[in-house]
Design a protein around this ligand. Structure first.
Ligand SMILES: *Cc1c(COP(=O)(O)O)cnc(C)c1O
Length: 396
């Protein structure tokens, strides 16, 4: 007998839960790629991707995962020997920096703390220190999926402006698009990257790079651009083939169309942001109660710097690994592994993904399973976690 039999829940920070409706939209014969519905649909997808990003700028669509968009964002804007400043928020910030380095870009890291928000004063200082403006881009991760920290992207823009620095502002919204509030244009972001498999609720396989007119100008001199990643033709939906650099991701487009309808026209983007905020608070409330008199703790101590799409939890050495294994075997819930070598006691750390097609009963189910696991495994924890979570759900 196993209580894990039944519908499993992959509660990891991507790939996220794919709605049955999105799966059904994808379940079809290969569509005509020359004329008709698919071609027409692409125009609306571009318009709606802009709405989700709160931008009037261009978007290039790729058949790739998030890592591909990192490379696309840099190769279209940089030349060999250019320099970028990377905010070291954790695994993904450093990963983007490593991509830059691999392309031949010089990388300066702004040291960070994986439990604290980005130090904007220190950022301003680093930018002011770059008097001859060698830094061409600042790379910030909106939601750093390893730490579950959220970067104040508008604050990064202010730091650039305060320092009078012309570098392009890059934002990685792979984990956060359609989850955490974001305004590409109002916040002065030049290049934003995202992917299909997290807040957008579509299987992995599509990547998106949004770029401002300033970034488009940088493309004209960027010598790292290569044919596949060149964003110029991809930003023109009237050129359907060039848009995808070859065969279109036909079924993903149908899935994405359905997901965008759900987000924008049915729920509403702001309502989706609010739902994710409430679900995140539900998890925080449980963890804070469990943490009374125990080692259980949220990785991000500062509430304002916590993402609404993923939560990183610490439990003391070994306990995170034990809990994940138990939940998988006994409850049908899969939690996210720890990421980030900088984190001491990685075996005590795990993550819950709560982005996209997730609601209150799913979050309460994960929390209930976690409490059962802590009881079964004798992991010390404070009382009242589920009561605290239920109170947040009850308050709406
Ligand atoms: C998931 C993620 C990535 C990587 O995306 P892949 O599709 O796995 O390549 C990059 N950055 C952030 C913030 C992410 O959450």
């Amino acid at each position: 007998m196993s209580l894990a039999n039944g519908r499993e829940y992959l509660a990891i920070p991507g790939p996220s839960v794919v709605p049955d409706r999105v799966l059904r939209a994808m379940h079809r014969a290969a569509p005509n790629i020359y004329i008709g519905e698919l071609v027409e649909m692409t125009h609306g997808i571009v318009r709606d991707l802009r709405r989700v990003a709160r931008t009037s700028h261009d978007v290039a669509m790729y058949i790739c995962n998030g890592h591909g968009t990192w490379e696309a964002s840099l190769s279209n804007t940089m030349s060999r020997g250019d320099k970028v400043l990377v905010l070291d928020t954790g695994q993904f910030g450093r990963g983007w920096g490593a991509t830059a380095q691999g392309l031949g870009i010089e990388v300066e890291m702004l040291p960070g703390d994986s439990r604290k928000p980005v130090d904007l004063a220190r950022l301003t200082e680093a930018l002011r220190a770059d008097g001859d403006h060698r830094i061409k881009g600042v790379l910030a991760v909106h939601v750093e999926t390893s730490s579950s920290g959220r970067c104040d992207i508008a604050g990064v823009r202010r730091a650039l402006d305060d320092a009078g620095h012309p570098a392009l502002l890059f934002s990685d919204n792979i984990a956060s698009l359609a989850v955490d509030e974001f305004h590409m244009d109002d916040w002065g972001v030049d290049v934003m990257v995202s992917a299909s498999q997290k807040g957008l609720m579509v299987p992995p396989g599509m990547g998106f790079v949004f770029f401002s007119p300033r970034a488009a100008r940088a493309r004209e001199t960027a010598d790292l651009a290569t044919p596949y990643w060149d964003w110029r033709l991809r930003a023109r939906p009237e050129m359907f083939y060039q848009h995808f650099g070859g065969t279109a991701p036909t079924h993903h487009l149908y899935g994405l169309r359905e997901a965008l309808d759900m987000i924008l026209d049915e729920e509403g983007l702001e309502a989706a942001w609010t739902r994710h905020a409430a679900l995140a608070r539900t998890i925080w409330a449980a963890v804070e109660a469990w943490g009374q008199g125990s080692d259980v703790a949220l990785n991000m101590t500062d509430r304002a710097a916590r993402s609404h799409s993923v939560t990183t939890i610490r439990m003391g050495e070994g306990q995170g690994d034990r809990l994940r294994a138990w939940l998988e075997a006994e409850t049908g819930v899969t939690l996210g592994k720890p990421l980030g070598a900088e984190m001491p006691e990685a075996s005590g750390i795990f993550r819950i993904g709560h982005m996209g097609h997730v609601n209150a009963h799913m979050v309460m189910g994960v929390l209930g399973a976690m409490q059962a696991g802590m009881i079964a495994l004798d992991i010390p924890h404070g009382a009242g976690g589920l009561d605290a979570a239920a109170a947040v759900v009850a308050a709406g």
